[in-house]
Structures are given as structure tokens and as C-alpha cells.
Design a protein around this ligand. Structure first.
Ligand code: ASP
Length: 439
């Protein structure tokens, strides 16, 4: 038998009806042995997420508002239990939690109870064992995850457990108090469980059918990404695509476990598969690019100096000035006698003149100027390496759309092409590239 770890997000477990879909998905494949749930999310647009209510109840402990907020939490769970028709009495648990929150048990403790209670319900409904994350996920005193202790304790525990539900989002500190990950952290819990279980795949179930090639607010109904490598994912998420959080893929990435993003409301949809590498599948050249993402808010500082190419140490002087100002550069496009520094526009506010003066003093450049309102667009794709003419197609599509390219940078890995455009052209640039490559 194989092992699949399945994580379900809040919208997948927002009410009893969603719980039923989740149970159907789990029962449809005997390999789905370890389940990591989030807390109940929104049932409709204006609804509350239980995690938000828990934070609110913590903040309102001792105030008249508390009753109302905690009542909403109680109501969410009791209606799920009732509508599922299971024999589970959460009253005592809820009373304990209420008392702890009123006695100002930690903020993280309060927030974690959303996942804790949901996991209790789901384990009962599925007939799977419940494993409290506090017993198997450990943090260090500085708040970072104790990845190795967690992995060995959890692996040991799972080796004795055929099927289990382990709540997402939290673990315990060395002093046994509860600590949560940052918001959305159940994704990390799922990846931790997948690594410890030695899973064949980590399925992350949500309410969309995987990642899209680009932002649907820019291109209407963009095509989904079926297969993506971890490195491409990093490029896209760094450039602003809302995909999985970096931390959340780390445990599975080190273990080489593929991730599948799937839709609880459309389980038959393919979703997106994230893999370490996919040499074999590169032959399919239908879409040379994997995704397009972009970020606004950059400035480009351009230094020009005759014979710059022959001056040893020019770059070093420039970088020393940047480090004096605590600035990281995003890209460094350069020509024979020019060097461009792509910098975060916000970080230059108020220091532009001093920075330029220091750069002049350090480099004796002939001219230095700053252009603001630059946006970067990243065209990412592992297949670009084997496809001639990709850059030409990108540039052509932009020219056809009447968009002026302000800078170009291609990583030596040929995994991406970065283009700088005027921010007013940002959306149009993404549309033009999408239309060129995705049929
Ligand atoms: N329930 C937590 C949150 O809303 C964690 C999660 O859903 O991943 O952030």
C-alpha cells in the first residue's frame, strides 16, 4: 500500500457538507492515510473564518463582546457535528477552551483550537486515530521549527499508526505551551507529516483546481499549470504569484516528495503537480512557458562610465555603496559601459539624492540617473532551455502590443526571462505574453 498525506484547507471543511466531500475523497483512495485539516473557513463571502473568531475571542477575553464571539465558534462546531450525525460531545472541550481563553492562555493556544476541534470531528467521522500536533510537532525556543526532532518523533508515531488525523497549524514549545505557524500554516503541517510518513505524494486540497499560468485578475480565465518544478515555483512565488508559501514546501522538497494541488469541489480536475524535476515530460512543448508573474514598484539606477568594462573593481564599489544603505538589488542588468541596479522603489524614498552622491563619489561615473515606476514581469519555464526563439517571441509580443521594454535580464539557468516595463504597461505586458504562448 502506498502513502498519501492529504491536507484540507479551511474552505474544504467549512461545514458538514464540505466534510462529506472530504470524507468521500479520502475514502476513494486507500493510500490517503494521513489527514491534516485546517480550521473551518468561510461558508460564504461575508462569513467568518473560525481562526479569526478565535483570535477575536482572545482579544476580547473579559469584555462583554466575548460571549458573542465565542458563541459563534461554539455554533460552528455544533452544527457540523449535528449535520454529520456523529456521536461526539464537544461541550466539555469547548468549555475547557473557553476557560483557558478567559484565563488568558496564549494567543497561539486560542488560535490553534480551530484545527484541534476540526481534527477531532474529522477523526471521529472517518474512524481514523486522532494525533494531537502538540505531541509530534516541536518548535525551538526561538520559535523556529525543530525539524529534526519533529521528523523523528512523528515518523516513529506514524509507523505505528495506519490511519490518522493530525491537526494543522500548531505544535508545542519546549515549555509545552502551544505555538502556531504563521497564518495559512496548515500547509506547512501537511508537508511535515508528508516528510515524516515518507509519503509518495502530498495532496493539498483547496478550493481551486491548481495554480494558474498567470493572475486571473489580469487575464480572464487563464489556463491551469499542470506540472511545475520546485524551482519554477520559487521563481513565480518570488515574483508575486500567490502559490504555496516557501516554508510550506521545504519539508517535502528536501524529501523529494511531489505535491498535488487539488480542488475539493471538483476532485476530478487534474490540478497542479509540483515535482523536483521532470526531464521526461519536457518533450511536450505545447506550452514552452510554465507561468508568468510580476511585481510593481521598482526603480532602476543606471550608471554610465566610459571604459567601465576595463575597470577592475567597479562593481565592488557600487555594491559597497548599496550595502552601506542596507539595500539589496533585485537585478543587475549591465552593458559594456553601463550598469543598472534594479531596486525596491519604496526603499529609496528620502535617500535618492544621498545614494546618487555616494555612487558618484565611489565610482566617478560619467552619469547616474534613476527611473521610477518600473514593474518587473517574469516569464518562467523549464522548457525555455530547449526551445529556440522564446526570448524573441516575448519581445515580439510586447512590441506588437506597443509596449516599450525598459530592461531585460535572463537568468543563466534559462529558467526565466525578466522584463522591466513602465508600470502603466504592466497588465498589458502580461496579457500580451500570455496570448503569445498559451493557446
Ligand atoms: N487556520 C489557520 C489560518 O486561518 C491556518 C490554516 O488554515 O492554514 O491561518
Amino acid at each position: 500500500m502506498g502513502i498519501k498525506v492529504v491536507k484540507f484547507g479551511g474552505s474544504s471543511l467549512a461545514d458538514a457538507n464540505q466534510f462529506k466531500k472530504v470524507a468521500d475523497i479520502i475514502k476513494a483512495d486507500a493510500d490517503r492515510r494521513y489527514v491534516v485539516p485546517s480550521a473551518p473557513g468561510k461558508r460564504f463571502k461575508e462569513d467568518d473564518k473560525v481562526t479569526d473568531l478565535l483570535y477575536k475571542s482572545f482579544e476580547n477575553a473579559g469584555k462583554p463582546e466575548f460571549e458573542d464571539v465565542f458563541g459563534k465558534i461554539r455554533e460552528r462546531y455544533s452544527s457540523i457535528v449535528k449535520d454529520l450525525g456523529i456521536e461526539l460531545d464537544l461541550d466539555a472541550e469547548l468549555r475547557d477552551i473557553e476557560t483557558c481563553i478567559l484565563n488568558k492562555a496564549g494567543r497561539d493556544f486560542a488560535a490553534s483550537r480551530g484545527e484541534y476541534l476540526n481534527a477531532k470531528i474529522l477523526s471521529k467521522y472517518l474512524g481514523y486515530e486522532f494525533i494531537d500536533a502538540a505531541e509530534v510537532v516541536f518548535f525551538n525556543d526561538d520559535g523556529t521549527l525543530d525539524a529534526e526532532k519533529t521528523n523523528s518523533v512523528l515518523a516513529e508515531r506514524l509507523s505505528d499508526t495506519e490511519r490518522a488525523v493530525i491537526p494543522g497549524f500548531y505544535g508545542s514549545m519546549p515549555n509545552h505551551t502551544i505555538k502556531t505557524f504563521s497564518r495559512g500554516g496548515s500547509d506547512i503541517s501537511g508537508a511535515i507529516v508528508a516528510r515524516a510518513a515518507g509519503a509518495d505524494v502530498y495532496e493539498n486540497w483547496t478550493d481551486v483546481s491548481g495554480f494558474l499560468i498567470c493572475d486571473p485578475r489580469i487575464v480572464e480565465n487563464p489556463a491551469p499549470i499542470e506540472l511545475i518544478t520546485y524551482r519554477e515555483l520559487r521563481e513565480l512565488s518570488y515574483m508575486g504569484a500567490t502559490v504555496l508559501h516557501e516554508d510550506s514546501i521545504f519539508p517535502v522538497k528536501v524529501a523529494g516528495i511531489p505535491i498535488e494541488i487539488k480542488n475539493t469541489n471538483a476532485p476530478e480536475d487534474k490540478g497542479t503537480r509540483i515535482v523536483a524535476s521532470c526531464r521526461d515530460t519536457n518533450k511536450d512543448m505545447t506550452n514552452v512557458i510554465t507561468g508568468i508573474a510580476g511585481k510593481k514598484g521598482f526603480s532602476v539606477v543606471t550608471l554610465e562610465k566610459d571604459m567601465m568594462n576595463e575597470e577592475v573593481g567597479f562593481g565592488k564599489k557600487v555594491l559597497e555603496v548599496l550595502s552601506k544603505y542596507g539595500l539589496c538589488f533585485e537585478h543587475l542588468p549591465s552593458g559594456i559601459d553601463t550598469m543598472g541596479l534594479v531596486l525596491d522603489e519604496k526603499k529609496l524614498l528620502g535617500i535618492e539624492d544621498d545614494l546618487i552622491a555616494d555612487l558618484f563619489a565611489a565610482t566617478a561615473s560619467d552619469s547616474i540617473n534613476i527611473e521610477n515606476n518600473i514593474s518587473l514581469v517574469a516569464v518562467v519555464g523549464r522548457k525555455m532551455r530547449n526551445a529556440q526563439g522564446t526570448a524573441a517571441r516575448v519581445f515580439n509580443s510586447l512590441a506588437q502590443a506597443g509596449i516599450n521594454i525598459r530592461l531585460i535580464d535572463q537568468g543563466s539557468s534559462e529558467l526565466n526571462i525578466i522584463i522591466g516595463v513602465d508600470t502603466k504597461d504592466f497588465e498589458e505586458a502580461i496579457k500580451a505574453i500570455y496570448n503569445e504562448f498559451v493557446k
